[in-house]
Write a protein that binds this ligand. Structure first.
Ligand code: ATR
Length: 280
């Protein structure tokens, strides 16, 4: 019987996940499909029941449901527990629902696909202290990266995140700007620069040293103002397409046991988003 998978969110029409997963099903000759569903927050519980009832084999969860869905699941793994957020739901053979979070591991896989293990020994600066930053910090620490420094506009949120992690410290944005040359890996996780909705940069990258690895989790635009300025300073840069593709690939693998082709998907999505950006 044909299997079906889904993504739920509000809004959802912008999601690139349906095309990505459908292509992977095709690549692997699988009789399956993936559909987007616009679910308002007040209908989340009914939506989970409906997905189950209608035989959905697994689904992704996006904003604003990543934390809210937890009470509707039977079990969550350590990644979801630490992040207090779920982006992937598996329907187990007994019909129970297990949530996990592939965002942090997806970021690390994307980083290692591009730079190998060269960032492992580097001092890390994470800019931002929201859900995305939490996932990435968890993913990095899980793989032995660090020490991690977290800089955020609202310092209290950086302090809270640093307290929740075993080997992390909070910094003000100004302090981070002043000691930027100390960091070998800098990761921009805020929404500043996304879709041209917020222009500007969350932090002035003028003190980034040449050779530093600078990543931005935004992928639309393919190169944020921040990433461009870092690249012009001689940094090696990476945008958010890889993280997006790898978090999806990890979900795909949980559902199907198959590792899909990430490299060609990164190329396709980059092309779709305007094309001429090359991570380097
Ligand atoms: P996400 O799940 O995408 O991380 P979030 O949890 O709302 O979203 O977090 C957004 C992050 O972007 C936060 O670190 C936020 O900083 P504050 O904690 O100070 O709000 C940061 N952010 C959003 N808009 C910003 C802006 N204009 N300047 C600086 N930081 C901003």
């Amino acid at each position: 019987m044909k299997k079906w998978y889904a993504v739920i969110g509000d809004p959802i029409s912008q999601s690139m996940s349906p095309n990505m997963h459908d292509e992977w099903f095709k690549d692997n000759n699988m009789n399956a499909s993936y559909s987007p569903h616009h679910i308002y927050p007040e209908h989340l519980g009914e939506a989970v029941e409906s997905l189950k009832l209608l035989g959905c084999s697994g689904w992704n969860v996006t904003v604003p449901h990543k934390s809210a869905i937890i009470p509707f699941l039977d079990d969550i793994d350590e990644s979801a527990e630490v992040m207090n957020a779920v982006n992937t739901v598996e329907v187990l053979p007994d019909g129970s629902l297990r949530g996990s979070n592939t965002d942090g591991a997806g970021f690390v896989q994307s980083l290692e696909e591009m730079f190998g293990q060269q960032c492992l020994e580097k001092k890390v600066l994470v800019i931002g202290a929201g859900g995305a930053a939490r996932g990435i910090c968890y993913g990095l620490q899980d793989k032995g990266y660090g020490p991690i420094y977290i800089a955020n506009r609202t310092i209290e949120k950086a302090q809270q995140l640093a307290e929740d992690l075993p080997n992390a410290k909070a910094l003000t944005i100004t302090k981070a700007e002043n000691i930027l040359e100390d960091f070998g890996l800098i990761i921009q996780t805020t929404s500043v620069g996304m879709n041209y909705a917020t222009t500007g940069m969350p932090l002035n990258p003028s003190k980034v040293l040449a050779g530093t690895v600078v990543a931005d989790i935004i992928y639309n635009p393919l190169e944020t103002e921040f990433l461009k300025a870092a690249r012009e300073n001689g940094a090696q840069t990476m945008n958010g397409v890889g993280m997006f593709v790898h978090q999806g690939a990890l979900a795909f693998e949980k559902w199907t046991g198959i590792q899909p082709n990430t490299a060609s998907m990164i190329e396709k999505i980059t092309e779709k988003l305007g094309g001429n950006y090359v991570n380097r």
